[in-house]
Design a protein around this ligand. Structure first.
Ligand code: GLY
Length: 479
């Protein structure tokens, strides 16, 4: 955990932003996998982690917006629990790590909430995303599940976003430090991009790097020779020379901050000319994003800027035609990049997504678009110093989408459909860095993972460069 003053300060600043009432925070419960005692690894709710830091199941807390007082509701473990869990710190000691001095038994939560309800004070909560939290809130507040789902406090959401979107020095240090684990995960994948391995081999190796680095993966690993499927979570293919291996993977730091990087490596260690051409366009778009990010710029503008780089590159290859400006305005590039250029990063890989993107990535100045492609952009508002965002352009050749657009004549003035036939089995390329927005410009967090064509090829040929071969490399983690 960070020092207690970090959590005290966050709660103080939060209570200044919420005018009055009781803020209610329900921590996550253990989640059974297939029966009650066989559980998924526990992960605390990110709002709770942010304000109290305690990664403990089944606890709750309140912050009084009028007085600023915080109360933690949790119980000491019983002797029966200790038999199975071992000795645990007592609740007063745990609360002191959060900077909280008042701890009450969990059973008292109901009366504290009821008192606020009976005094007609507002009770604020953030949108629940787990069924049992909805039920708990429903029971505590005497409201239906539907009322709970639609009754989250916009005032609290906006206050939480205002705090969490600006990363504090301790959060930046944590993220920067943990980027070395993400880097090692991706180097491992690049070095395994050879025939003889499967997608599952590579996934297992990189997830092991994450675990050794102290944490779970920060989202389900994408490790695929079918990079054209944006969130591919199948790992059944053998790697074959000539294919591309797209790995979009990250690790959760000891303080639960997410890294999120993507690299695409030529299997066998050498890009074909066709792959290299597309790769370079994606890399140009990635670099253009990093060059344009600074406080005050709309991330939607950055997204459109990257789209223009992609459209320009595809026009030079003859896959698109017409004016770049018009093509991007019509959304023609979205045939190749149907997702947004990035999202916020923090305690969640899509930071604060449970609060509703309209409050996180958008505001009164910029609203979400309904245009195909642009509608997947999760962050459109102006960047501020202290934001951490992903920079993740891609180019994908999705046969079903190409066929649909061709059949329906969608954006036919900007796409050379005939030329796309040669790319039907190409797959996809995505290149993703994590950026910290600085007072002027931005920087890649951690040491940048190799990304230039030659550097990626060098990593994919790592064994040969080091005169290793499969028989004498003692450090080959794949054996
Ligand atoms: N890197 C996975 C995602 O952004 O959804």
């Amino acid at each position: 955990m960070f020092s207690p003053s970090v959590y005290t300060s966050r709660r103080y600043r939060l209570s200044k932003r919420v005018e009055s009432g009781l803020m209610l925070f329900i921590g996550n419960q253990d989640a059974p996998y297939n029966y009650l005692d066989n559980q998924y690894p526990f992960r605390q709710d990110s709002t709770f982690l942010y304000l109290f830091g305690l990664n403990i199941a089944g606890i709750a807390a309140t912050i009084d917006a009028d007085t600023g007082e915080s109360i933690l509701f949790m119980d000491n473990v019983s002797v029966d629990d200790i038999i199975w869990m071992g000795q645990q710190p007592d609740v007063v000691e745990l609360a002191s790590k959060s900077g909280v001095t008042e701890v009450r038994p969990l059973r008292e939560l109901e009366s504290v909430v009821m008192r606020s309800v009976s005094l007609s004070r507002p009770v604020h909560y953030v949108p629940p995303y787990r069924g049992e939290t909805v039920l708990r809130l429903s029971s505590l507040l005497g409201k239906s599940r539907e009322e709970i789902l639609y009754g989250a406090s916009v005032e609290l959401i906006k206050a939480m976003v205002a705090l969490r979107e600006i990363k504090e020095p301790c959060e930046i240090e944590e993220l920067d430090r943990h980027m070395s684990v993400s880097r090692e995960m991706h180097l491992t994948a690049m070095r395994m991009a050879h025939e003889g391995h499967t997608e599952q081999d590579v996934r297992a190796a990189i997830e092991s790097v994450s675990m050794k680095g102290g944490g779970m993966v920060s989202f389900p690993t994408i490790c695929t020779v079918h990079g054209e499927t944006l969130h591919n979570h199948r790992y059944t293919n053998d790697l074959k020379n000539g294919q591309l291996l797209l790995v979009d993977a990250g690790s959760e730091s000891p303080e639960f901050y997410a890294t999120d990087n993507t690299r695409t490596t030529p299997i066998g260690g050498k890009f074909s000319q066709m792959q290299r051409d597309i790769y370079q366009i994606v890399l140009d778009a990635n670099n253009a994003v990093a060059a344009s990010c600074e406080p005050g710029i709309f991330y939607k503008e950055v997204h459109l800027f990257a789209c223009r780089v992609i459209a320009q590159g595809l026009m030079e290859l003859g896959l698109m035609k017409g004016s770049v400006e018009d093509a991007v305005a019509e959304g023609a590039h979205a045939l190749f990049m149907p997702h947004g250029i990035g999202h916020m990063l923090g305690l969640d890989v899509h930071d604060m997504e449970s609060y509703n993107q309209n409050y996180v990535g958008f505001d009164d100045e910029v609203r979400p678009s309904e245009q195909f492609g642009l509608s997947s952009l999760r962050l459109g508002k102006r960047l501020k110093e202290g934001f951490v965002v992903t920079d993740e352009p891609g180019i994908y050749f999705i046969p079903t989408l190409i066929d649909k657009w061709k059949a329906e004549g969608i954006c036919k003035d900007f796409i050379n459909f005939d030329k796309l036939e040669a790319y039907r089995t190409f797959g996809g390329i995505r290149l993703e860095d994590d950026l910290l927005i600085m007072r002027r410009g931005c920087r890649v967090m951690g040491d940048r993972i190799p990304i230039e064509v030659e550097d990626v090829e060098r990593e994919a040929n790592y064994n040969e460069n080091e005169n290793y071969n499969d028989n004498n490399n003692e450090n080959d983690i794949t054996k």
